[in-house]
Design a binder for this molecule. Structure first.
Ligand SMILES: [Zn+2]
Length: 456
């Protein structure tokens, strides 16, 4: 297989390489934000279908009015002039008439407004990058992310998409506090979680064969993040069948959320509860610092991104052949401008120094991309060998937070699938029709899409 794959890479068309990677059993996706994973079209479909979304009606801001500067609602006080900010009917109904005039029911948008709404939720234009992503996309989604029925449907759509991509495990970051009913009243966290579980255990969900576990995400720079962490720790401890870990999220160039801030509270919590695994975003910044080292000190078993580990030799040495995995998100790092091109990306260095790594998608809905795209970029930009590819797939299960016995079962099943793939691939043809290609990969690799019309 080793020499066959080397020859295949050198001689196959881009389309055949893509088909090969689509068919490859890829293990799992360990770094995945559920609401960031939804393609614009999914948001549109679910937000406008009251049967699928639990009976909610949504309005989105299509016009600025002179009243917008007066807006004081708690959801987005910092974005009074943001177009395509979406609210649910109960919020809309409580607005003064002059503010209502800026909103249109999602289901009544004109074609051009709909196109703009869809584009407003993805990074698809030159000049859109980190600031648009952190300061506009989430603020636009706004109350769409507070509907547990819609969130459950996003889970099912992800499970179906991953089954298509030959991915068997998803460890997704999803929160269940502060979910809101159609009338504006709050769900309890337990109510919201049970709605998500129903979605996973629905006929459609089960038919995918994809296993899903959750991580709880703490927004790290908020003034009350320690108190939130205490509540979440208790919640995760008592829902370990669904929640397998905790993550810290939020832009790291906001120093209010620096890692060592959380050392005292984590020590307090570790004293009080059995271990809860931590996967923490760290090193997703432009400048050198010791945040990855400090995050290991917090007790993290996995590091999200870890881009600047390359600038910290002691930590790099600590991680070589070690037990801590770096979750690599190649497309995210390019679109959010942490690298200008893949020559600058440390993934190859980590991989070949023996630092455990796995490929993941981060917020692929907003990139409009897939896990296969991440593998395609890894192979074509870093010239991966078959052994390296296989290790990436296996790491995505071996370093998951699945309970031990379940992990062994998943790993054994994956090894069997990889063995079978390895036996069949050299005699198979990968020149057949391609899966639906998303926008990012078609922009990035035009020859790949030359023979295929890009989706939407
Ligand atoms: Zn992330």
């Amino acid at each position: 297989m080793t020499s066959w794959f080397r020859t295949f890479k050198q001689t196959a068309s881009p389309q055949a390489i893509y088909n090969f990677l689509h068919a490859l059993p890829k293990g799992g996706d360990l770094h995945h934000h559920l609401t960031g994973s939804a393609f614009s079209e999914w948001w549109w479909e679910l937000a406008t279908d009251t049967h699928l979304n639990g009976g909610y009606t949504y309005y989105t801001r299509t016009h600025l009015t002179l009243c917008d500067g007066l807006e004081t609602d708690a959801y987005s006080p910092q974005s009074p002039f943001l177009l395509f900010r979406t609210i649910q009917a109960s919020t809309y109904n409580a607005l003064p008439d002059c503010q209502k005039a800026g909103y249109t029911a999602l289901s009544r948008l004109s074609e051009s407004q709909k196109t703009s709404f869809l584009n407003s939720l993805r990074l698809d234009k030159a000049g859109e990058g980190r600031d648009v992503f952190f300061q506009q996309h989430w603020q636009r989604l706004n109350e769409l992310t507070a509907n547990p029925y819609l969130t459950g449907q996003l889970l099912v759509k992800n499970m179906q998409a991953y089954a298509e991509e030959n991915v068997s495990y998803l460890e997704t970051q999803v929160n269940v506090h502060h979910m809101v009913k159609p009338d504006g009243n709050a769900f309890s966290a337990d109510e919201a979680l049970s709605i998500l579980r129903q979605a996973i255990n629905s006929e459609e969900g089960k038919a995918t064969g994809v296993t899903v576990k959750f991580q709880y995400a703490i927004l790290r720079f908020l003034p009350n993040a320690e108190e939130t962490l205490r509540q979440v720790y208790q919640f995760v401890d008592s829902h370990r069948d669904s929640y397998v870990g905790i993550n810290f999220v939020g832009r790291e160039d906001n120093d209010k959320g620096h890692p060592l801030r959380f050392l005292p509270v984590l020590r307090e919590l570790r004293h009080a509860y059995p271990k809860i695994p931590l996967a923490i975003h760290a090193g997703e910044v432009d400048e050198p610092n010791q945040h990855v080292r400090n995050t290991l000190l917090l007790g993290a078993d996995r590091i999200g991104h870890g881009i600047n580990t390359i600038t910290d030799p002691d930590t790099l040495l600590l991680m070589r052949n070690g037990p801590y995995l770096i979750e690599i998100n190649l497309i995210s790092n390019l679109l959010l401008e942490y690298v200008d091109n893949y020559q600058q990306h440390p993934f190859g260095e980590y991989l070949r120094l023996g630092i455990p790594v796995a490929l993941s998608t981060d917020d692929r809905g907003m990139w409009d991309s897939t896990l296969t795209d991440e593998f395609y970029i890894a192979v074509t930009q870093f010239n991966l060998s078959w052994e390296e590819l296989r290790m990436l797939a296996e790491n995505a299960i071996a370093y998951s937070f699945l309970p031990t016995q379940e992990k062994q079962q998943h790993l054994a099943a994956l090894k069997n699938k990889l063995d079978a793939f390895e036996a069949l691939a050299p005699n198979a043809s990968f020149d057949g029709p391609m899966p639906e290609l998303h926008r990012f990969i078609c922009r990035f690799d035009k020859p790949l899409c030359g023979k295929n019309k890009a989706s939407n």
